[in-house]
Design a binder for this molecule. Structure first.
Ligand code: PLP
Length: 470
């Protein structure tokens, strides 16, 4: 954003880019929306994109790309091995993130697979600020266990604590003191997705680093949304307001031993990678790439995407480009909060997060309030949001439901994709739904396979919104 002083003395934030290509979208009539969601088993993941007005399911792989990224794709060098494009990408990783070794993979969960395969053993534990679904799945599959130690404020949606993604360092120290030998690594997710897109402070990652040094355990950073994390540090953390985003980001990631990202997010492409300054760690990881991903100079990605990723990494720290979707999220969150809608505060990254159990107090958790609300929001608006609660959480090993602390519906704002009128539309429709919330009934999960030990794979579809909602 370009920040200028306004006539009245306040601050004006203006997008530092303009739109040269656009995609036409359409609002399907309500009858079609009702038919579509019924056919989708009341599950927004199963909707066809053509039946959606504003696709706010995720920011993954759907952010707007720049003219420079598209141009770079045209000149990518397609070679099975040793492509110039790979070396240019590796240079961008070193320049922006400060890591000498890079392992390309096809997307974020592939990075998680390799890291878990190398570091996690039967009985390992992995302390972290909070899990992400695919991270947890890979750690579980490798025989380990996630131990979540967010700060106390993280699970209180009303708390305006500025860095709810922080790790509780006292609890981390206790774990390291008692069980150091079982700790595979400590993991920080910067922008904690399932906590409602909340950032991690520089102070916190520095303290975690000190503990990792003292107990000799690696610190792994999931930086899939690290661009937003740097933006929040600049906005919220004392001492960083006048620093450049690029310097903030580089300092932040410098505290990690192993950095990985889903490049479907911050650099706006379809890919991913792991980066480190340890030759030994690099060698332990890279041997798995030919088996699971592809040759180590493309890692399962198209070289076109890799070329665009190099540009996207540099654009992450371009002050003109950063933050426009965060400003939209802030606007929607504040407007909804003012009108009593239970949203996660303070406004974070990724999207607007509604706490569905409070929005629908008449729907018990066993009837999936977040899944029901996401379906109802689609019917009422054509907006596709994502359930982030019990339905998308894996069951325990005996097939029993696990209820996560937060039962959220996430309305994502992909980077540089939606406009203020879209934000106003979302506000209006959510308020309408709140006023008519009694029409939303609970849901029922139908599982097609009876294999309780299989990890995710539940929630193929669900029924029971009750009646038409708008
Ligand atoms: C924090 C975080 N880590 C990892 C992943 C997995 O990345 P991918 O979807 O590219 O496999 C995601 C995806 O949304 C994520 O948000």
């Amino acid at each position: 954003m370009i920040v200028v002083r306004s006539r009245g003395g306040g601050e004006l934030r203006v997008e530092g880019y303009r739109v040269r290509a656009f995609e036409r979208i359409d609002l399907p009539p309500v009858d079609r929306r009702l038919k579509a969601i019924r056919e989708a088993g009341w599950n927004t993941f199963q909707l066809r994109a053509d039946d959606v007005f504003l696709d706010m399911l995720t920011d993954s792989g759907v952010n707007a790309m720049s003219t420079s990224q598209l141009a770079a794709m045209m000149s990518a060098q397609d070679a099975y091995a040793g492509s110039r494009t790979f070396y240019e990408f590796a240079e961008a990783v070193e320049e922006i993130l400060g890591f000498r070794y890079v392992v390309p993979v096809h997307q974020g969960r592939a990075a998680e697979h390799l890291i878990a395969r190398v570091f996690v053993r039967e009985g390992s534990i992995v302390p972290m600020n909070y899990h992400f679904t695919t991270t947890k799945a890979h750690i579980d599959l490798a025989g380990g266990r996630v131990v979540e130690i967010p700060v106390r404020e993280a699970l209180d949606i009303k708390s305006r604590y500025p860095f709810k993604g922080d790790i509780d360092v006292a609890r981390l120290e206790e774990i390291l003191r008692r069980e150091r030998d079982r700790v595979a690594f400590v993991r920080i997710e910067a922008i904690a997705n399932l906590l409602g897109g909340q950032p991690v402070s520089m102070k916190n990652i520095r303290e975690v680093r000190e503990l990792c040094d003292r107990y000799s355990v690696p610190l792994v950073l999931d930086g899939s949304m690290v661009d937003w994390n740097a933006y929040f540090i600049k906005e919220r953390e004392p001492g960083y307001g006048s620093k450049r985003l690029g310097d903030i980001l580089k300092e932040f990631v410098s505290y990690s031993d192993i950095f990985y990202m889903s490049a479907r997010k911050a650099p706006a492409v379809r890919g991913g990678f792991i980066a480190t300054n340890s030759r030994e760690v690099y060698e332990r990881l890279v041997v798995h790439v030919p088996v699971y991903e592809g040759f180590p100079t493309y890692g399962g990605m198209s070289t076109k995407e890799m070329a665009a990723m190099a540009v996207g990494l540099r654009e992450m720290v371009d002050e003109n480009l950063a933050g426009s979707e965060l400003e939209l999220i802030k606007y929607v969150v504040e407007e909804l909060d003012k009108r009593g809608i239970p949203v996660v505060l303070p406004p974070g990254g990724l999207g607007v997060h509604i706490e569905a159990s409070s929005f629908l107090p008449h729907v018990p958790r066993s009837a999936y309030p977040a899944g029901s609300l996401a379906a109802a929001l689609y019917i009422a608006s054509g907006v596709r949001s994502m359930e982030r609660g019990a339905m998308s959480m894996d069951r325990d090993r005996d097939g029993r439901e696990v209820y996560p602390e937060l039962e959220l519906v996430r309305i994502a704002f992909p980077r540089r994709t939606y406009l203020k009128s879209h934000a106003d539309y979302v506000i209006d429709r959510v308020l309408w739904l709140y006023e008519h919330r009694d029409v939303v009934k609970g849901a029922e999960v139908g599982i097609r396979t009876a294999r309780p030990k299989v990890l995710p794979g539940k929630a193929r579809g669900y029924r029971g919104l009750g009646r038409k909602t708008g």
